[in-house]
Design a protein around this ligand. Structure first.
Ligand code: SF4
Ligand code: SF4
Length: 263
């Protein structure tokens, strides 16, 4: 069976995200989503090297997979602006994390259902907490999948910078459908510092000095995310997986777009 293209999936994702605020009865947290695809080719063999040694291959999710689909849900600017001040994340940052995880999981499943209606099986993993708690590395890293599918490029903050910036969340799935290569980023780098420009903004914004041009102190960051959940009264009604901070994505030059594209 045929008839499903990247345009079909992009339109479906856009409509799905557009309808989410009325489902929740709120204004919602999201701008228009992005979606990129890549064929399951040799590039994905690098995952154990570039992500984590036990990272799964797309064929581990679905032996017959022919394509990887990665989508990005960019946050509205007001939400990101509201998380700028102070060292601790805002209540809305925590709430949006919870609601975005749920949206990512349902959107991934809905994309899978759409593909199945066209005769193609899919394989999915959850939006988050699919990682090794000791090594703090994901066995299925949406970020690295997005990097390989050319949805974005890594910044100094170790977030993926897409054409709609880094402030948002990623989801991914694999499918039997042959969707081809549909990249969205067209610059070699999307981080100003990595492109040789002056920018240390994310490094300066980190409350714990977890970031530097040389690397990312994963453990330091993780302890801070857990501390936020344990400390903040206004997170007390949120799930015990609400591990957030987001200061390195708040009003950075790369928060809402790819700053290298306009150099
Ligand atoms: S804030 Fe600057 S240095 Fe940090 S990731 Fe964004 S562009 Fe790169
Ligand atoms: S999420 Fe927070 S603690 Fe972690 S690197 Fe970014 S600013 Fe630092």
């Amino acid at each position: 069976m045929t008839g499903v293209t990247v345009e079909t999936l992009r339109e479906f994702a856009e409509q799905y995200v557009r309808e989410e605020p009325s489902r929740l009865g709120t204004d919602g947290w999201w701008r228009t989503p992005l979606l990129a695809t890549a064929p399951v080719d040799e590039r994905f063999s690098q995952l154990p090297e570039i992500a984590s040694p036990d990272h799964l291959h797309p064929h581990d999710l679905l032996a017959t997979a022919k394509s990887v689909i990665v989508f990005f849900l960019p946050f509205k600017k007001d939400l990101v602006r509201g998380n700028k001040d102070g060292d601790r994340p805002s209540r809305n940052w925590g709430l949006s994390y919870v609601q975005t995880n749920d949206l990512i999981n349902r959107l991934g499943a809905a994309l899978g259902d759409l593909l199945e209606a066209h005769g193609f099986q899919s394989g999915l993993t959850p939006a988050t907490h699919n990682f090794d708690e000791v090594k703090l590395m994901a066995r299925w890293s949406h970020k690295h999948l997005g990097h390989l599918a050319n949805l974005g490029r890594f910044g100094v903050h170790h977030l993926l910078i897409t054409p709609e910036g880094c402030a948002g969340r990623l989801g991914s799935l694999v499918t039997e459908a042959e969707l081809g290569d549909n990249p969205l980023i067209d610059t070699e780098e999307a981080c100003l510092a990595k492109a040789g420009q002056e920018c240390q903004k994310c490094i300066e914004a980190c409350p714990l000095d977890a970031l530097s041009e040389r690397g990312f102190e994963r453990r330091t960051c993780w302890e801070w995310l857990k501390d936020n959940l344990a400390t903040l009264d206004y997170f007390s009604d949120l799930p015990d997986t609400t591990h957030v901070c987001g200061k390195c994505a708040a009003l950075m030059p790369c928060s809402f777009n790819n700053p290298v594209a306009s150099l």
